[in-house]
Design a protein around this ligand. Structure first.
Ligand code: ATP
Length: 234
């Protein structure tokens, strides 16, 4: 059984349909990456999967259950958590306070401090800045904080929207490496990216164009995309 199965998903904004029947699968334990040019519908896909935008049609099966249209807090409690584009930490709160807020979907399970300790092992710059206000962190550190905060919810599936946006190539690579390290122990990853630097970490490659998936490949097929990466553009 796939962890996530998206079939003919449709969604949009008011009267603007954006997703025109999006279908793809994510298996447990893999790193899947959605590529596509600006406006292809990548962010809209993640917002819809995370319950922040209501689908107008189609099906989303997560952990074997139909979840299309369920609100984000229900999905987060089930283990489906989004790191939105633009990071969105609470700038006036400390790094530690931001992390503790991320734990609410897993609050019933307790062990919040223990979880935070484990997560911080992956983010040494954050562990040295626990009392610093989030708004004063660098762009790369804020992206780390956004990912670390989402991990506090102990997700089964982590959706990350353009983690590398606005980061230097070196910082983008650091973020990808942290995601790869986390994956060994933690959640399955579904990333949206325009940065082809993520390709070496991808086990499944999904390409979107104008609101539909035009390519989905794993293994050899995904590697072939890496060879043709210039096709993907910047
Ligand atoms: P990008 O990388 O530029 O964010 P994307 O592939 O993530 O591209 P989306 O953000 O999903 O694309 O946008 C798809 C379409 O939906 C675009 O035409 C965009 O203008 C439109 N759109 C996005 N957000 C809204 C909104 N809040 N209201 C109306 N239209 C929107």
């Amino acid at each position: 059984m796939a962890l996530l199965e998206v079939r003919e998903l449709r969604a949009g904004y008011d009267h603007l349909p954006v997703l025109q029947g999006v279908s793809f699968t994510v298996e447990e334990g893999e790193t899947a990456v959605i590529f596509g040019l600006n406006g292809a519908g990548k962010t809209t896909t993640l917002l819809t999967l995370a319950g922040l935008l209501r689908p107008t049609g189609g099906s989303v099966r997560f952990l074997g259950r139909e979840v299309a249209g369920k609100p984000s807090h229900v999905l987060a409690a089930m283990g489906l958590v989004l790191v939105p584009e633009g990071r969105r930490a609470f700038p006036g709160l400390s790094v530690e306070q931001n992390l503790l807020l991320g734990a609410w979907p897993a609050r019933r399970e307790g062990r919040i401090r223990e979880t935070m300790g484990k997560i911080l092992e992956y983010f040494p710059p954050l562990s040295q800045r626990l009392s610093q206000k989030a708004g004063t962190l660098s762009g790369g550190e804020q992206q780390m904080l956004a990912i670390a905060r989402a991990l506090m919810a102990r997700p089964r599936l982590l959706l990350v929207d353009e983690a590398s946006l606005g980061l230097s190539p070196v910082m983008a690579r650091t973020v990808f490496e942290v995601l790869a390290a986390i994956k060994g122990e933690g959640p399955t990853l579904l990333l949206v990216e325009q940065n082809v630097g993520v390709l070496p970490y991808a086990e499944r490659v999904i390409i979107m164009e104008k609101g539909v998936v035009v390519f989905e490949g794993v293994g050899e097929e995904a590697r072939a995309v890496r060879l043709r990466e210039s096709y993907l553009g910047g």
